[in-house]
Design a protein. Structure first.
Length: 394
């Protein structure tokens, strides 16, 4: 038996942390209970994967090798569970979403194959390994694992794009958890590509890449899952959006008189009440103040103002920022502090919204104001005039 090493300590810490996270996430009292159940299962499977790698490297015997093949069934469960987790977490009416049994057919085949392997004695098993008896089946399983995980990665990527598109219609702020999920998707794609490179190199060119292998990739993925667990503890709630837009006949729902009244009330809430100053303002909250449905407000913004909720609210925030610059608040407060006061919840969101509205960065814009000695409103009017002139020339 090998002596205790630093790698053993790292693996042991990873396994214990995975168990801790799986249990802790279950006792969080929030609206993501169903999603967190799936996340706990994913974490425990990651623990199983790391345990299998530790057994494989530290107690490498023929019998243990046979059992680690059974543990590797996890590679066919990871993709479906991640997809279920993201759907439950991000979209309403999907809190209890489940995939049909057909998605687990590869897992069933892998388990049956592993049971078949366990029927061999250790000596028989190693003889067949040496003769190359299992070379093709192992290659098929690993190749199927790559295809399966890439397939569910694409499904998750489609969900992510749908969410990013739909959230602009219902919330006025950026959620840090979504930025993290985007990073997670990119990272998983990189892991799959490395795994594919290792697979092709070993099976088609008979060359083993020391630092890119099946074992290393899945050990890293397992540890990476823990990052999601910790992030879920820190940011437990994600605002859910509809997965599919409901088709509504608004012509029968909203009359012209109602549209005019909605316009008047909306202007009052924005210009007098300044509801846009609330950083976590949502379409639902605004609709409640207007005593109408979210569908009516969304239709009005999309079809009358040609805008989504996110851009509409941020446009008012940018204008409020300009007003405060005109009042020389930038001499007493930082740009970022003023942006927070007008309702933005991050520097990146503010910069992007400002550039979209003013076609310039906040810093350059303020420099122009100071240099020309003009008011922001004057520069804004000049900016609008230039745009109108260019449009007429075209």
């Amino acid at each position: 038996m090998q002596s205790f090493t630093f790698i053993d300590l790292i693996l042991f810490l990873g396994i214990s942390q995975g168990v801790f996270l799986a249990v802790t996430i279950q006792i969080i009292k929030d609206k993501n209970k169903e999603a967190n159940t799936i996340l706990s299962i994913i974490l425990l499977l990651s623990v199983l994967m790391l345990s299998g790698r530790m057994i494989f490297f530290r107690f490498l015997t023929p019998r243990f090798l046979q059992w680690t093949i059974l543990i590797d069934a996890v590679i066919f469960v990871f993709g479906p569970l991640c997809y279920m987790y993201f759907r439950r977490l991000s979209f309403y009416k999907n809190e209890g979403f489940k995939l049909s049994w057909q998605h687990y057919i590869p897992v069933i085949f892998h388990v049956l194959f592993s049971i078949y392997i366990l029927y061999f004695t250790p000596v028989e098993f190693m003889d067949k390994i040496s003769s190359g008896f299992f070379q093709i089946p192992f290659a098929i399983i690993e190749g199927a694992g790559i295809v399966s995980n890439f397939y569910y990665w694409r499904l998750n990527n489609r969900l992510l794009k749908t969410y990013i598109k739909e959230e602009k219609n219902v919330i006025s702020y950026k959620q840090r958890l979504m930025s993290f999920f985007s990073f997670f998707q990119i990272s998983i794609l990189i892991f799959i590509l490395f795994w594919m490179i290792s697979f092709l190199s070993q099976n088609f060119f008979n060359y083993f890449i020391p630092f890119i292998s099946y074992d290393i990739v899945w050990a890293v993925i397992s540890v990476f899952i823990y990052v999601i667990g910790y992030y879920s503890l820190k940011e437990p709630v994600l605002f859910r959006v509809p997965l599919q837009k409901e088709k509504i006949n608004v012509q029968t729902r909203i009359k012209k008189v109602q549209i005019a009244a909605l316009e008047k009330e909306l202007d009052y809430l924005m210009e007098k009440e300044k509801m846009f100053l609330k950083p976590d303002l949502t379409l639902r909250e605004l609709s409640e103040h207007l005593n109408t449905s979210t569908h009516n407000v969304s239709w009005y913004l999309n079809n009358v103002l040609n805008s989504n909720f996110y851009d509409y609210i941020n446009r008012y925030r940018v204008q409020e920022f300009l007003t405060r610059i005109e009042n020389n608040q930038h001499y007493h407060h930082t740009i970022f502090a003023i942006s927070l006061d007008v309702g933005f919840n991050s520097k990146s969101t503010f910069n992007k919204a400002f550039k979209q509205e003013m076609k310039d960065t906040p810093t350059n814009y303020i420099k122009q104001v100071n240099y020309l000695g003009a008011s922001p409103r004057g520069i804004q009017r000049k900016h609008d005039l230039n745009i109108s002139r260019q449009a007429s020339e075209n």
